[in-house]
Design a protein around this ligand. Sequence first.
Ligand code: CA
Length: 230
Amino acid sequence: MDGVTVGAAALTGVRVLVVEDDLPLGEQLVRGLNRAGCRVEFVQSAGDALRRVDADVVLLDLGLPDGDGVDLCRRLRERTTAPILVVTARDTERERVTALDAGADDYLAKPFGFAELLARMRAVLRRVDMGGNRGVVRYGPLTVDLDAHRVDLHGETVPLTAKEFDILACLAAEPGRMVTREEIFERAWDVNWYGPTKVLDVHIAAIRRKVGDPSLIETVYGRGFRLRRP
Ligand code: CA
């Protein structure tokens, strides 16, 4: 499993604004993005989109009931530096060029695969300066800096490997909530994994050893893990 994809927790804690008037599709996107560790806000109209531009990345459907999508893209661009990923059924070169000229960062034609959407989101986020937007999670004596990929405990930096950091970042993104083994695999390895998951226990054991406090990460036997409440 190691080496399949490194740094896949790149979307953990990212704030996503989903602008999509198709309710089932929007809800499907929200569920998938939540599983990937994103914090999602879902709106179904151009008017609501313009009121909620406080996001790290915007997924924008061009075909909305209350306004021209390209015009909305232009107006969003005036209000935010967040990458805008246009998602639409109108897939002609002319449409793509128009959307990109209106300030979109990338373009995805419906129907699309969810893995491709996540990959494109990671790509547009890599291209912008995150500027500390994802911030720092403080939890009792633990500080997890999602941008700098650094973990401090009682002010001392804990020397974690990239994979160990990704796993701890999954838990820290929702402190106190039990994160299932499957969710950790999806986020930290970027795959669905239905085989033996003992490798995860090995990494958890290493994290516990390195932070010097085995009770920091609680085991929910057979299901998952959570950060202990401070
Ligand atoms: Ca639509």
